[in-house]
Design a protein around this ligand. Sequence first.
Ligand code: AMP
Length: 113
Amino acid sequence: MATLFTKIINREIPATIVYETDNVLAFKDINPAAPVHILIVPKKEIPTVNDITPEDKEIIGDMYLAIGKIAKDLGIDQEGYRVITNCNEYGGQEVFHLHFHLLGGKKLGPLIS
Ligand code: AMP
C-alpha cells in the first residue's frame, strides 16, 4: 500500500522539497524536532531497514550522498548534524517507507531517551 511518502514523491500531497534525484527525494519534516529537520527517502518503496536488499545498495548510497549535499547546501556540514533512522515499534517508526532524519541547526542533546 502506498504510504504518505509515496504520495509526496508522486506530488499527490504537498511538501517542501529540498533535493531530488532519480532515486531519492528529500523534504522538510512537517513537525520539525530541530531548526533543520529534513527527511531523505528512497523513491523505491522500502518499508524498513529490515527490507533493504543487496540490490538496494546504490539507492542507500545515494541517500547518504544526498545527506552530505543537503547539509552543505544548508550550511550545517561543518557545525555538524545527526542522522537517524527509526525501525518498527521499538524504534518509534511511524511511516513505513524507509527514511533518514537529518537533524541540525543547533547543538543536539543526548541521543537515547
Ligand atoms: P518516523 O517516526 O521515523 O516514521 O518519522 C516520520 C516523520 O514523518 C515524523 O517526523 C513526522 O513529523 C513526519 N511527517 C509526517 N507526515 C508528514 C508530511 N506530510 N510531510 C512531512 N513530514 C511528515
